[in-house]
Structure formats: structure tokens, C-alpha cells
Design a protein. Structure first.
Length: 488
């Protein structure tokens, strides 16, 4: 990912140099230092930085607020105020210029880094929106579904195993109408069925959450394509999403050794090319971790479509059971060909349809198989996917940690939540950046009120229309585990 280009405006030369050193150590590109309001306006319009750190109290005819106002007349550049003043009169004047945030002196380096990162993301996303204006679905456009269609879509996400009759009774909509709507939603690609094997029951010991910042300035398209191809074909890399700036997802492996020989090896091989920065792996042994949500979108879509009742289906614990050779082949086929019904699967594989239906029911009852319906986020006009890893302070009480865990599980946007001791990883979907900001503000308030201390966190924000690689496939690792010998 490219460095953030920052202009620092500070009339005290020593302080300005200190800020420059801190930013340089954090990996940012400090374009220049400005020591007056007039100088700030000139350099901002000339250099066009990605973000400006602006001291409010400046010597000369223009203070920081007036300089910001003049810059805003010409350029839309995020501005963060640096100030030792926090009186109401100053803040009231500053608000008129619509700054991105405030840093009160003496500033904390971590706080500065956090505010700048969010500011740079906002700047980058605005640029991307302009470039893709003709391609990106207009977020203001109403989702073209009527009330019954919205209810059926949500009902299918909340109760994926319900047949048309059961769904009709639950939603109080005629069965024929439910059937017609389901066919339309399927035909227009509003959802897809996902069959998820319970890999922990089958012997897998480790889930690894992965996040890396991609270095778009590396200019190595061949090497980048090769790395992405290897990750896509890695059997234990179950879920993977990537834009030009971020790569995130999770793998499921036999054990840590298996992960090191697979996905971890790929990252190690391509690290020498400088294709990514700060690749992070977060390990969750199934024996200790809690998989709270696994592609459960019902709460998110319920909120998005303004439909009440959104219960999490969870992942069945299940129990180990013996599978015959034929059952293993059917199990793998069900997961491999997610979108085929039993009749279509029988034609595809040459397996008897009654055996397929019977085995599917057994797998569901035993907890070895879970079925979910996954919405098409683009069709629902959603812009952001957020991968988040959180480390809680180890000094927190067990009650405080439990509150934090429940909080992340309860966020409607999060369709994937895994936790272990003081570490939580989530994947969430948001309608737009405003919704994400509101959620983060509510979260900060919740943490303050409940004495929840976040030690550190890693966040990857992916713009959904720009996702170039999107892998979601449990079948390769399942084929390896079951040791089935089929050509498909």
C-alpha cells in the first residue's frame, strides 16, 4: 500500500520536526513543513497532500482555521487539527471547516496514527469512488425489492433449512408466493447456498485469521498474480478476499504444522518481493476457541432491510461419527457443488439421488454439515467489508472480557466471529462508510461505559465493488480430510 502523503502545519519549528520524525517512523511520507497559514495554503494547493495536520494557533495573518477554510475552497483534503486549545469558542469556529478530527497537544503517537489512518482511508475511498463512478452501484439507489421479497430473503437467511411451507407459515405469506419469490431471488443472484463442513469434528485443529496490507507501489504484476493464484489454490485457505490495498480471510488446517507448510509458506516465499506489508496471522485452536458466527448474515440483512427478529443460527457442535466410503464421497460432493439440489447432484456425480438425500439429512443431524444462505452484498448495495482483529487487555476481569465478546457477537454487521481468551476476530459488512463510523462511535461509548480496554487491534477495510479476488471454498480441505478419490 502506498505511503500516506502528509503536510504538517506547525509554527514551532522544534515541534514540527518532532511531528515529522514520529510520522516518518510510522511509515508516512511527510511532504513538507509549513510554519504559517499563508505557507500552509500555498503548499497544500501545490503539493495536494493526502492529509494535513494543521495547528490551530499560527503566527501571521491566517490562523489554522482560516487557512483550512481557504484550502477547502479549492481542494477536498482531510484536515486534522493539532491544538493545545479545547475551549468552546475555538471548537465552534473549527467545526465550520468540517475537520476530520482533533489531536490535543501533547499528542499520543498511537492516537495520532489511528486518526491519520482513518483519514487516509477516507481520502483513498473518495478517490476510488470517482474512478469507479460508472462501475460502482449507486449507494443511494433503493434496493429493488418489495416488502414480501425482503421478508422472504431475510427468512431464508435466518432459517436456511426451512422448506417453502415452513417459510410460508413463519412469514404469513402464501406458499405459492414464497416459491415464486425464492425463484426470483435465485435467478437474480440475490443469494447463494453455502454448505459448510464442521471441520473441527473431522480432525482439523486450527483456524488462522489472516490480514495483510498489499503494497500497490511494488509494480510487480506477475509476482502479485502468482501469489494470489497460489493462495487461491491452497487447499486450507478457505476464505480469502483481496483488493489492491488489503488481503484478508481465514484458513482451516490440520494443525499448526499444516498451516506452516501451506499458506504460511506462500507468504514467506513472496515476502522477498515486497508485495505486502505487515502480514499478520492470528491462531485459534478449535479446542479452545469459540466460533460464534459462521457466515450468518441474518442480523445484518434484517437491519439493512428494516426487518425485526434476527436470530443467530450458530455452528452445531456435533459429535464424531463413522462415515462409509460412499457417505464421504456424497459429503464432499455436497460441499463441492453448493448450488446443485439432490437431483442435479445425482446427474452430476452419477450417485443415487435417494442416497444423497439420506446422507445429507444424516450429516445435518449429526452436526457434520451446516447449510447457510449467503446474500450477494453488491445486490444489496453494500460498500464495505471490514476484517477486524482485537486484543483485549489481559488485566481485565472475566466479566469484562465476556461483555466484550458478547458485544462483538451482537453487532449485526458481523457475520463471522471467532474468539479465544483475549483475542477476537470478526468479519463484517456495512452499507457504507457512514454506517461503519456510527458503529465505531457506539463501540467506543460501550467500551468506556463498561471499562473494556483494547490493547491493540488490526483492521482491514475492503471496498466490496473493488474486491478482485474472492474465494470461499471448503471442498479442498474437506477432500483432503476425507481422503476421497474422485476426479471432480
Amino acid at each position: 500500500m502506498e505511503k500516506g502523503r502528509i503536510l504538517v502545519v506547525e509554527d514551532e519549528i522544534i515541534i514540527a520536526n518532532d511531528i515529522k520524525n514520529v510520522l516518518t517512523q510510522q511509515g508516512y511520507d511527510v511532504l513538507d513543513l509549513a510554519h504559517s497559514g499563508e505557507d500552509a495554503v500555498r503548499k497544500a494547493l501545490e503539493l495536494k497532500p493526502d492529509l494535513i495536520l494543521m495547528d490551530i494557533m499560527l503566527k501571521g495573518n491566517l490562523d489554522g482555521i482560516e487557512a483550512s477554510a481557504r484550502i477547502n475552497e479549492k481542494e477536498n483534503i482531510p484536515i486534522v487539527y493539532l491544538t493545545a486549545l479545547s475551549d468552546d469558542a475555538t471548537l465552534k469556529r473549527a467545526k465550520i471547516t468540517e475537520p476530520f478530527g482533533y489531536i490535543v497537544k501533547p499528542f499520543d503517537a498511537k492516537e495520532l496514527h489511528s486518526v491519520i489512518e482513518i483519514g487516509l482511508y477516507k481520502r483513498r475511498m473518495e478517490r476510488e469512488k470517482n474512478i469507479l463512478a460508472e462501475k460502482v452501484i449507486k449507494l443511494t439507489k433503493k434496493i429493488p425489492l418489495n416488502d414480501n421479497e425482503k421478508k422472504v430473503l431475510h427468512g431464508m437467511l435466518e432459517k436456511p433449512l426451512y422448506n417453502d411451507i415452513e417459510l410460508s407459515k413463519k412469514l404469513k405469506i402464501k406458499r405459492s408466493t414464497v416459491t415464486a419469490i425464492k425463484n426470483k431471488l435465485k435467478r437474480e443472484n440475490y443469494y447463494s447456498e453455502l454448505r459448510i463442513p464442521n471441520l473441527s469434528i473431522l480432525g482439523c485443529e486450527l483456524l488462522t485469521f489472516i490480514h495483510a496490507k498489499l503494497n500497490s507501489s511494488a509494480h510487480m504484476p506477475v509476482e502479485t498474480a502468482a501469489m494470489m493464484n497460489e493462495l487461491t489454490n491452497a487447499g486450507d485457505q478457505v476464505y480469502l478476499a483481496a483488493t489492491d490495498n488489503d488481503l484478508a480471510g481465514f484458513s482451516i488446517s490440520w494443525n499448526l504444522t499444516g498451516f506452516k507448510k501451506g499458506v504460511s509458506r506462500i507468504f514467506s516465499e513472496y515476502e522477498k518481493f515486497g508485495l505486502f506489508n505487515d502480514a499478520k496471522f492470528f491462531y485459534f485452536p478449535f479446542e479452545m476457541a469459540k466460533l460464534e458466527k459462521l457466515f450468518d448474515y441474518s442480523s445484518f440483512v434484517g437491519k439493512l432491510l428494516d426487518i425485526k427478529e434476527a436470530a443467530s443460527t450458530g455452528q452445531a457442535a456435533g459429535a464424531k461419527r463413522h462415515l462409509t466410503k460412499k457417505e464421504k464421497i456424497i459429503f464432499y460432493s455436497l460441499v463441492k457443488f453448493n448450488q446443485l439440489n439432490d437431483t442435479e447432484l445425482a446427474k452430476k456425480t452419477g450417485l443415487p439421488r435417494p442416497s444423497i438425500s439420506q446422507t445429507r439429512r444424516k450429516l445435518l443431524r449429526s452436526g457434520l454439515l451446516k447449510i447457510v444462505n449467503v446474500p450477494n452484498l453488491l445486490q444489496l448495495r453494500c460498500e464495505l467489508m471490514v476484517f477486524n482483529q482485537i486484543n483485549l487487555d489481559s488485566g481485565m476481569s472475566s466479566g469484562e472480557r465476556e461483555k466484550a465478546m458478547e458485544h462483538f457477537k451482537s453487532i449485526p454487521a458481523n457475520f463471522f466471529v471467532v474468539s479465544e481468551d483475549t483475542t477476537i476476530c470478526t468479519i463484517g459488512a456495512y452499507n457504507d462508510y457512514t454506517d461503519y463510523e456510527l458503529e465505531k462511535n457506539e463501540e467506543a461509548k460501550f467500551f468506556r461505559e463498561n471499562n473494556i480496554v483494547i490493547k491493540n487491534n488490526s483492521t482491514g477495510i475492503l471496498t466490496i465493488p473493488q474486491i478482485k479476488l474472492n474465494k470461499l471454498d471448503f471442498s479442498p480441505i474437506l477432500k483432503s480430510i476425507l481422503d476421497v478419490n474422485v476426479s471432480y
